[in-house]
Design a protein around this ligand. Structure first.
Ligand SMILES: Nc1nc2c(ncn2[C@@H]2O[C@H](COP(=O)(O)OP(=O)(O)O)[C@@H](O)[C@H]2O)c(=O)[nH]1
Ligand SMILES: [Mg+2]
Length: 330
């Protein structure tokens, strides 16, 4: 089977070929680049939603419930779970939970052909998890999935990198786990568009909510002050002025608050589409991908000639010059 056939398969919604394409991209097999190049024109239609928070806050539960909700709204859903620390085994974990309640109780979302689940785990061998997640999302996007949910643990730098590909970022918190720590770590306050206090059946939900709203209000005040200065045209500030970050409460395992969350996710998408932020984000993303790819080419070229450097056949300045000139010529 050649790349062309796989591309055709992905675009026409063939799940088996989509799975194969993901494996190619995830493992950076030689066909990977050609595959991504060919599907690129078909991307840019999906709404990518990042779901982040510390382990155990209820991300997977919320992802399942949101999937059900979006299915009820007639949307197809792609799910990417990025959790290098505890990979799902073939999706069995989430698969068990993906059950439609309501009208058709026997219908398992796992078998729903408008739902596609993939766990990134530690399957891949090379490269950054963020870049690969971005590429897998592109495949799901090209395959026509309308909502793409990306579950990731909100801790390290690479996870923040994963969230950069999302149009809408939902940060999940829960009561009584040291609210200030949850909120402050890893710039979660900054990166979130929507905040959810899950497990609000447990004691202490009000405390987290109060704390979170206080932190958000400080951030808003800063933004307003900055906007009065000469930074009013700063894209990030504009974005913040146009979207007041909502704080919601959910009891995910009971399905409480999920509709409201889905509503806010949709509203955020509408707002950023209307005010041009979505387009700006996507332009920025395309630019960054191009830079990253070019830098990667140059990096690998340098590594190839590393021995020349070691043997002092050439100095780093001349080598850098030479490679850049060679690269720019071709
Ligand atoms: N009490 C309570 N438990 C919940 C709620 N939502 C999820 N859980 C439970 O919390 C545990 C962790 O949930 P999970 O979705 O795996 O969290 P993740 O690690 O963030 O993906 C599971 O046992 C869930 O059933 C909730 O709203 N209230
Ligand atoms: Mg999980």
């Amino acid at each position: 089977m050649n790349v062309e056939e796989i591309v055709e398969g992905v675009i026409s919604g063939n799940r088996r070929l989509l799975a194969r394409a993901i494996t190619i991209v995830e493992n950076e097999y030689p066909e990977s680049k050609e595959l991504l190049r060919k599907i690129y024109p078909r991307t840019g239609n999906a709404h990518v939603i990042g779901i982040t928070g510390f382990p155990g806050v209820g991300k997977s539960t919320i992802v399942s419930k949101l999937t059900e909700e979006f299915r009820r709204r007639g949307k197809s859903v792609g799910i990417v779970a990025v959790d290098p620390s505890s990979p799902f085994t073939g999706g069995a974990l989430l698969g068990d939970r993906l059950r439609l309640d309501g009208a058709d109780v026997n219908k398992n979302l796992w078998l729903d052909e408008k739902v596609f689940f993939r766990s990134m785990g530690s399957r891949g061998r090379l490269g950054g998890i963020a870049k690969k997640t971005g590429d897998v999302i592109k495949l799901l996007d090209a395959a026509g999935y309308e909502k793409i949910l990306v579950e990731t643990v909100g801790a390290g730098q690479s996870e923040i990198g994963v969230l950069e590909v999302a149009d809408t970022v939902v940060v999940i918190l829960m009561p009584e786990t040291g609210d200030d720590i949850q909120v402050n770590k890893a710039g979660i306050l900054e990166i979130g568009d929507i905040f959810v206090i899950n497990k609000s059946d447990l004691e202490g939900a009000e405390n987290v909510e109060r704390w979170l709203k206080y932190m958000l209000s400080l951030d808003e005040e800063t933004v307003i002050e900055l906007s009065k200065l000469s930074h009013a045209d700063d894209a990030k500030i504009m974005q913040k002025l146009k979207w007041k970050k909502p704080v919601l409460r959910t009891i995910a395992d009971k399905g409480v608050g999920i509709k409201e969350l889905a509503n806010e996710i949709e509203r955020h998408y509408e707002v950023i589409k209307k005010n041009g932020i979505l387009q700006e984000k996507r332009r920025e993303k395309a630019k960054l991908s191009a830079i990253e790819l070019a830098v990667e080419e140059i990096r690998s070229e340098i590594i190839k000639r590393y021995k020349q450097l070691l043997d002092k056949e050439i100095d780093p300045y001349t080598l850098a010059d030479k490679i850049v000139k060679e690269v720019l010529k071709c």
